[in-house]
Design a protein around this ligand. Structure first.
Ligand code: C2E
Ligand code: MG
Ligand code: MG
Ligand code: MG
Length: 282
């Protein structure tokens, strides 16, 4: 049974079709139950500015299925396939707002802290109740919209998706911030960058990995940063793992960073401790 087999139960990449189907069904079942039982938790990865202060954080969802961690790429994809991403995404947004309110009341956020970034899957964004949920949560947790940054990918507004575009417009008017996640990995033309009220480009980790020890230039990174600046957008690099990568990015006018070099994603308590340590030893 899937529960006792743990991670090996989701051998989604085996050649055996029957096994694959069974594994997938097990995953869907477990996921469905996990949503009922709220068996998920959130971790928070700090984002830092060029002065080494915390500028924000990204919320990342975790699931230990009976003690066995399931990779977010796996369970988020499964949740999208079954539309379970809608209740799961709603829960993630609510918990994110709850944590944010709590941190503000506790005084654990430094003055430099500007936004909590939440990943929004295209299906969740398409939900007709998405905007009312956002409004409800802002009200319930007394948050100004500026505190919330929604991380979307190109898939969210691909094609002739006027509905998504209008939704971005309206939420942006309200004061919600939008970051374009995994930037540089999509396939669409860049014209949307001029049309949509985005605030931030998030350079995909795959490009950051290309900054190696020989200090060879990485033209794509330099171009993305310049493109962002030319459009008046903030630019953040994700997956910064070495000091050298950070120095390279800084030298090319990227002023915001997220990655293991600074911190792995942390649970609530460890996150507040990290913020306190940052402030005490600048
Ligand atoms: P993403 O939004 O691009 O998130 C960044 C991923 O990079 C996270 O993986 C994070 O833990 C990882 N990461 C951060 N810094 C480093 C680093 O320095 N080195 C390396 N190697 N990795 C780093 P994670 O948590 O496994 O999430 C993977 C993807 O799953 C996310 O990509 C996002 O697409 C999705 N995801 C995670 N949480 C949520 C969520 O709450 N909602 C939705 N819709 N999607 C989520
Ligand atoms: Mg993200
Ligand atoms: Mg990303
Ligand atoms: Mg990614």
């Amino acid at each position: 049974h899937a529960k006792s087999l743990g991670r090996s139960a989701y051998s989604l990449y085996t050649d055996n079709m029957q096994q694959q189907t069974q594994d997938k069904l097990n995953l869907f079942n477990d996921l469905h139950q996990a949503i009922e039982e709220e068996a998920f938790y959130l971790v928070f990865q700090p984002q830092l500015n060029s002065r080494g202060e915390a500028s924000g954080a990204e919320v990342l969802c975790r699931w230990n299925n009976n003690g066995v961690p399931v990779a977010p790429d796996v369970f988020i994809a499964a949740a999208e396939e079954t539309n379970l991403i809608i209740p799961l995404g709603r829960w993630i947004l609510r918990q994110s707002c709850r944590h944010l309110q709590h941190w503000r009341q506790q005084g654990c956020l430094p003055a430099s802290f500007r936004q909590l970034a939440v990943n929004i899957s295209p299906i969740q964004f398409r939900d007709p109740q998405f905007e009312s949920l956002i409004n409800e949560l802002l009200e319930e947790y007394s948050l100004e919209p500026q505190w919330l940054e929604l991380e979307i990918t190109e898939n969210t507004f691909l094609g002739n998706n006027d509905e998504a575009r209008n939704k971005i417009e309206r939420l942006s008017q309200l004061g919600i911030r939008f970051a374009l996640d995994d930037f540089g990995t999509g396939y669409s033309s860049l014209s949307y960058l001029q049309q949509l009220p985005l605030h931030k480009l998030k350079i995909d980790r795959s490009f950051i990995t290309d900054i190696d020890k020989t200090d060879q230039p990485v033209p794509i990174i330099e171009s993305i940063i310049q493109l962002g600046h030319n459009l008046g957008l903030d630019v953040i690099a994700e997956g910064v793992e070495t000091e050298q990568q950070r120095d390279y990015l800084l030298a090319h006018q990227c002023y915001e960073f997220q990655g293991y070099w600074f911190s792995k994603p942390l649970n609530d308590e460890a996150f507040c401790r990290y913020l306190a340590e940052l402030q005490s030893c600048p």
